[in-house]
Design a protein around this ligand. Sequence first.
Ligand SMILES: Nc1ncnc2c1ncn2[C@@H]1O[C@H](COP(=O)(O)OP(=O)(O)OP(=O)(O)O)[C@@H](O)[C@H]1O
Length: 583
Amino acid sequence: MRTLLSFLAPHRRTLLLGLVLGLVANAAGLATPMVTKWVLDTLGSGEPMTRPIGVLLALVLVGALITLWQWRLLGTLAEQVVLDARTAMVGRYLRARVGDLHRRPSGELVTRVTSDAALLHEASGSIIGLVNSTIALLGTLVLMGVLDLFLLGCTIVAVLVVAAVMGVLLPRIAKATTAAQESVGRLGGTLEGTLRAIRTVKASRAEGRLGERVIADARDTAAHSVRAARISASVWTVAWTGIQLAVIAILGIGAWRAQRDLLEISSLIAFLLYAFQLMGPISELTQNVTALQAGIAAAGRIREVEAIGVESPAAPAAVPLPAHRPAPDTDQPVLAFRGVTARYGPDAPPAVSGIDLEIPRRGHTAIVGPSGAGKTTLFSLLLRFLEPEHGELLLDGRPYAAHSHYQVRARLAYVEQETPVVPGTIRDNVRFGHPDATEAEIQEVLRAVQLDEKVDSLPEGLDTPLASTEVSGGQRQRIALARAMLRTPDVLLLDEATAQLDGLTEAALHECIRQRAAAGAVVTIAHRLSTVLDADRIVVLEEGRIRAQGTHAELLASDELYQRLVRALRIAADQDVVAAAVA
Ligand SMILES: Nc1ncnc2c1ncn2[C@@H]1O[C@H](COP(=O)(O)OP(=O)(O)OP(=O)(O)O)[C@@H](O)[C@H]1O
């Protein structure tokens, strides 16, 4: 509840106005039966009926206008609350630490923004609705008491029975709705993973099995929602029947009291009007309690997003790059690890330990090692996706802690092994890191990765929209390279694809590495013999530690693991040659 209130707090003035409008509309509604009695009392009294009928009309009109205003006000507010929640969540996701984000299925994170946030719409007006309907209920009962205390007693018995049944059933609706939302979250997670790996899913003929898992969550959602709908139906039936029975009882007892002159006919009619009106606040109470419960559950799930750790809070654009930036020919390494140990969780074993490594300002450093040796972890540390547990990293001789995440990343360019294309056109993809890049700069990097002719041949050229499925693996690699080469970064971090690359892409890759290494630093996670042979220095990793460093010739002569790795790469390279010859 506190969480839901925190979403509403910024809109308290609008809520207050909504409450006041609701109260005025209630007052108009409550006065109507009394004025109806006035109309009836004037019958045969000789008084003109125009005044009470005029008041009646005015009440209906004012009530309608105020209700319209209140609906529009609260409807707009509800959408603002949903928008605020979505904005906060999207911002949190984008500022989140990579590790924290990856611990949750992305599809589930998406459902929090889409379906959970939508539940706040109904809930945001429900607190006002609850106050309004409670006041309307109490007001109706008080006015009924004014008309006839005996009949009020009958009504209160019916209202208490209805309230008791609701007290038991409404929490069950909340439980079912929360469970349904959780199933939708799981469904989103599984479905997103399935669609992302759709090729593997189909190739493994696993559509049926995975479909079953997704449908199982959908069935779960439906089962919980059906339970909620059935309980709601029971609540409505009990409330409706209770009030109908109360009306019949009032009619019988009221007629009997009227016969004995204990009650005026006009009062009985007004009382009956109030009895019929009772259904309004009761149904409003039910709806609002249900919406509030669903909203509280959704607000809880939305607030869980705040548990996702975020990176340094400094606003990226507001952080100036350090004035201190050494001359390019200095001997000081551009990047350095000093006794770095890091792990992925408090209970996980260290992924890398005691890393001491310097990345010179110029040249190509290749990192090699068996699977799980910690190569990707070194990149994650350099890019600050992961923070060291012990030791520190230095950029231009200054600890990473003295820079913001943004400042560190502004000096690096990164090509992922999977090299995703981002939503948008080829132009958007190439200038992703530098949205202000000029046409000439874009053309230059496209030439460097040998994509210029391909782009020129497309009818829409640079403005061709890209979807990951439309781009070949090699083209994706080259687009990612072009993106990284734009505005010559100080350090190019390249996680080489393990998949076989086409000749054009491989040649473009090596040309880019060579060009960049002549002017700046290139660090590769090398999976190809040609890349290792190209490197100025090679770092051999084993079980999270640096085992050896040196040139290819030095390591080949001195390190047994390196010899084995090169042998494996050579066999892979030979296989590539055979495959190319066969093709
Ligand atoms: N996100 C993660 N959560 C938990 N442990 C991880 C995570 N990523 C890597 N590890 C662990 O950290 C260690 C180093 O992994 P890393 O991915 O750095 O190795 P690698 O040398 O890049 O392997 P590969 O060549 O197979 O990609 C491994 O033991 C791995 O299980």
